[in-house]
Design a protein around this ligand. Structure first.
Ligand code: BGC
Length: 421
């Protein structure tokens, strides 16, 4: 399958400083400082692919890692750096955050290199919707991740005779069996972004794509306050009963490790989790299983890591363009995403080098797009702006930790979204 995505719909929108087309980089401008949150084992391996690629092109890498899955801490550090007048060259960023920085006029204009390399033709519109602002390219998309995945320990599934669940009831039955056998059924890290990642999938499974869109994209009060939303919170409470006692504050990659080590049955997480399994030497379909969150088959909630380029003055621009150009190269998109767990951000990259989960991810993304069932992830900043996202996080986490019952959570959700707009 050579072309796995085509003609995604979407549209969008400012910028500053023009950068010249990719060209030779002189010693004076041959370094980039990159702020990112790729600090887990799998993420670091993927990041190395980028560092090495760039260094082989004569550009030195100044690393600015800010630990914290989902990138909240990284965004706080970024704000402080920009406020101090010391923006990094490039920043890993998600969805609406890119648009917010562009609207502030902080981002560079990549149109020259984008035109030279034909990005318009190969980057799906769903990603251009975030990578362009007022017709100008402002970031280079590295990948497409999706958030509605389950990562399961195959040995535990085999031992207990569990087939991959395809509905909520089957999921609950599977989790009961795993718990009954003495394992932790659900490996989870109690951090707001992780709770929200599960909520993405649960809302999709309760109400389907239209309901998901009404609630998280349109921010429709009726959908947010509906019985279906209450059902979603009820399901979150059910899932809460399958996590272990030490879940609070646990990093997502440590939750992945519980599945990898055979201590837990499943983790509900985006496909960056696959990077951890691979890093541990595990193989899909032999050691671990990847399947869609039961009840969301056919739909995909996506996020895309992009490197937004800050206006850094002339001296940084050539290296910045080189970085953008390296990221967009088809060979890089394949090599990086094979390791990261994500899939390419271009439509013209072969799936040949990808493992079974990667091939499945590419195929399902293309199919979801073709059938209008591809939606931005709320939890990962691709459905609504950060203020709304953070408002939803607060409610979901308070409910998950037992501070609200489901009925109260629904009321709180409606008012949190209203206040955030
Ligand atoms: C990013 C991934 C990252 C994950 C955990 C997500 O928001 O898109 O690239 O691996 O957070 O840190």
């Amino acid at each position: 399958m050579k072309r796995y995505l085509s003609k995604l719909t979407g549209g969008v929108a400012v910028c500053a400083i023009m950068i010249g087309a990719a060209g030779a980089v002189s010693a004076a401008d041959s370094s980039v400082e990159v702020l990112h949150w790729w600090t887990s084992g799998g993420e670091a391996s993927a990041l190395n692919v980028l560092k090495e690629d760039l260094e082989s092109n004569g550009v030195a890498w100044k690393d600015m890692p800010v630990a914290g899955g989902g990138g909240e801490q990284a965004m706080t550090v970024l704000r402080a750096r920009v406020t101090a007048g010391n923006a990094p060259t490039a920043v890993q960023m998600l969805g609406f955050d890119i648009q917010d920085w562009a609207a502030e006029g902080a981002l560079a204009d990549l149109n020259a290199v984008a035109a030279k390399e034909g990005w318009d033709d190969v980057v799906p519109a769903a990603l251009q919707r975030f990578a362009k602002h007022d017709g100008k390219w402002i970031s280079a998309p590295v990948n497409v991740h999706s958030t509605n995945w389950v990562w399961a320990n195959k040995k535990i599934f085999d031992e207990l005779g569990i087939a991959q669940p395809t509905s909520w009831d089957e999921l609950v039955a599977a989790l009961d069996k795993i718990k009954g056998a003495g394992y932790t059924a659900v490996a989870h890290g109690g951090q707001p972004w992780q709770d929200a990642t599960i909520f993405d999938a649960v809302v999709m499974s309760v109400g389907g794509p239209e309901f998901y869109k009404k609630a998280f994209v349109d921010l429709d009060t009726d959908a947010l306050g509906s019985d279906q939303m209450k059902e979603a919170f009820d399901r979150m409470a059910t899932l809460r009963s399958y996590v272990d006692d030490n879940f609070s504050g646990r990093d997502w990659n440590l939750a992945s490790a519980m599945v990898i080590e055979g201590k837990a049955g499943v983790q509900f997480m985006g496909d960056w989790a696959k990077g951890e399994f691979l890093k541990a030497g595990q193989k899909p379909e032999e050691d671990f299983l990847c399947f869609r969150f039961p009840g969301t088959q056919g739909t995909v909630t996506f996020n895309s890591d992009q490197f937004a380029m800050f206006s850094v003055g002339e001296e940084g621009q050539a290296a910045q363009v080189k970085l953008a150009s390296s990221i967009m190269a088809p060979s890089f998109q394949s090599a990086f995403n094979v390791v990261k767990g994500s899939v390419p951000a271009r439509t013209d990259v072969s799936d040949e080098a990808f493992d079974a989960c990667g091939k499945k991810g590419m195929k399902e993304l293309a199919a979801a797009n073709a059938s209008g069932k591809l939606y931005g992830s709320m939890a990962h900043g691709h459905a609504a702006p950060a203020a709304v996202k953070n408002g939803i996080y607060d409610v979901v986490t308070a409910h998950f930790n037992g501070e609200f019952d489901s009925e109260t959570a629904v009321e709180e959700l409606v008012s949190a979204v209203e206040v955030a707009q």
